[in-house]
Design a binder for this molecule. Structure first.
Ligand code: FAD
Ligand code: DHB
Length: 390
């Protein structure tokens, strides 16, 4: 096979890149190691920045997010038994859209199959080669048959555990990492959300988050130990723990029901630099991870492929490699700001066992300051709705 851009991974980064390239008349093939159903079954992010929605529109898949997405103009911070609203719209003139990652993926997959664009699911032994040259290659096996793709560029959109970053010699890459001493236990349930807007709760028993996917589907999280086992958590135990961590006025409005998904996610901050190695570009979770507090992961992945699609348009359309040269730097300057925000919001809202009572008082003072100061609230709102693309 021959294509212009070989995309490894059919998560949101790979699928969005494929759609943006297609719109620009650039050929791409996607190679994914899992099945389409498996990719759709992963319950992950739920909050889209306006810049992400803009990119979905550019990719030709903006219709359903506008029709079914829920526009949120603010969020609630819960602490000390009360609720404190951060009004994104009043503070920044912007908002976010609640629309699940699975829906984004579904829309992109549907558009891709409608346009009959090539995607190889359930590809085994995916490998990349010669990416330092102008003739890189991707090889894989499907149903026991070996395939090779010759291309101009490889986009490594294969997530944190993918093969692309792992193929770069360790001496050529620098990784920065912080692992947090806790995880998030998440439950998805077909029950109406307790509140109109999301609630981020800081409580002495640990962090809790009330999120949602629609008016009839809720997503809740509680901070848990990193070595906790999801099998230990019955639905009842989860609902009890969640309600204990919420102010009474929210707890009494939580509608419980059977979980349709329950899982534990570890919390990590990670950045790999640079993000380009010759003809290989890393994008999304392949290059960086944020802890989920603040919902930046999917949005960062979308911004990366927005920059990458732009670089490809300049290369093929304008014969300029300026975008390719600038890719890594342009992504990283925004990524580090989102890393800082996600680390800060995580540090503010979670119980850190080693920080003790002094740490808890400092957190409380910062929360009081945050909701009492327009400057501090604006800083939170600006980051939450998403910093501008450079
Ligand atoms: P991924 O979605 O990981 O997609 C990578 C794709 O590459 C996958 O489909 C994978 O199967 C495929 N792949 C991997 N290796 C290979 C290979 N060798 N060959 C071919 N294909 C390969 N973000 C939020 O904002 N809010 C959240 O609540 C949230 N929760 C999360 C929970 C979990 C458990 C995880 C892991 C992430 C969560 N995130 C969340 C982060 C967000 O989901 C990611 O940032 C987003 O999925 C990144 O998209 P991506 O396309 O870069 O990577
Ligand atoms: C969700 C996840 C987040 O990390 C967050 O900050 C907000 C919402 C969610 O899964 O809905």
């Amino acid at each position: 096979m021959r294509t212009q851009v070989a995309i490894i991974g059919a998560g949101p980064a790979g699928l969005l890149l494929g759609a943006l390239l297609h719109r620009s008349g650039i050929d791409a093939v996607i190679v994914e190691q899992r099945s389409a159903d498996y990719v759709l079954g992963r319950i992950r992010a739920g909050v889209l920045e306006q810049t992400t929605v803009d990119l979905l529109e550019q990719a030709g898949v903006g219709e359903r997010v506008h029709a079914e997405g829920l526009r949120h103009d603010g969020t609630e911070l819960a602490f000390g038994g009360g609720l404190h609203r951060i009004d994104f719209n009043a503070l920044t003139g912007r908002h976010v859209m609640v629309y699940g990652q699975t829906e984004v993926t579904r829309d992109l997959m549907a558009a891709r199959s409608q346009a009959a664009l090539p995607t190889w699911y359930e590809a085994e032994h995916v490998a990349i080669a010669d990416y330092q040259s102008a003739h890189p290659r991707v090889t894989f096996e499907k149903d026991g048959v070996r395939h090779q793709i010759e291309c101009d560029f490889i986009a490594g959109c294969d997530g944190f555990h993918g093969v692309c970053r792992a193929s770069v010699p360790p001496a050529a890459i620098t990784a920065y990492e912080k692992v947090y001493p806790f995880g998030w236990l998440g439950v998805l349930a077909d029950v109406p959300p307790a509140t109109e807007e999301l609630v981020y709760a800081s409580h002495e028993r640990g962090f809790a988050l009330c999120s949602q996917r629609s008016r009839t589907r809720s997503r809740y999280y509680v901070q848990c130990a990193s070595d906790d086992d999801v099998a230990r958590w019955s639905d009842d135990a989860f609902w009890d723990e969640l309600r204990r961590r919420l102010p009474d006025e929210v707890a009494e409005r939580v509608v419980t029901g059977p979980s349709i998904e329950k899982s534990i996610a570890p919390l990590r901050s990670f950045v790999a630099e640079p993000m380009r190695f010759g003809s290989l570009f890393l994008a999304g979770d392949a290059a960086h991870i944020v802890p989920p507090t603040g919902a930046k992961g999917l949005n960062l992945a979308a911004a990366d492929v927005g920059y990458l699609a732009q670089a490809m348009r300049e290369h093929y359309g304008e014969r300029s490699d300026a975008g390719i040269q600038a890719y890594s730097q342009r992504c990283l300057s925004r990524i580090w700001k989102a890393e800082r925000f996600s680390w800060w919001f995580t540090s503010l809202m979670h119980r850190f066992p080693e920080a003790g009572e002094f740490g808890a008082r400092i957190q409380r003072a910062e929360l009081d300051y945050l909701v009492g100061s327009k400057a501090a609230s604006t800083a939170l709102a600006e980051n939450y709705v998403g910093l501008p693309l450079a």
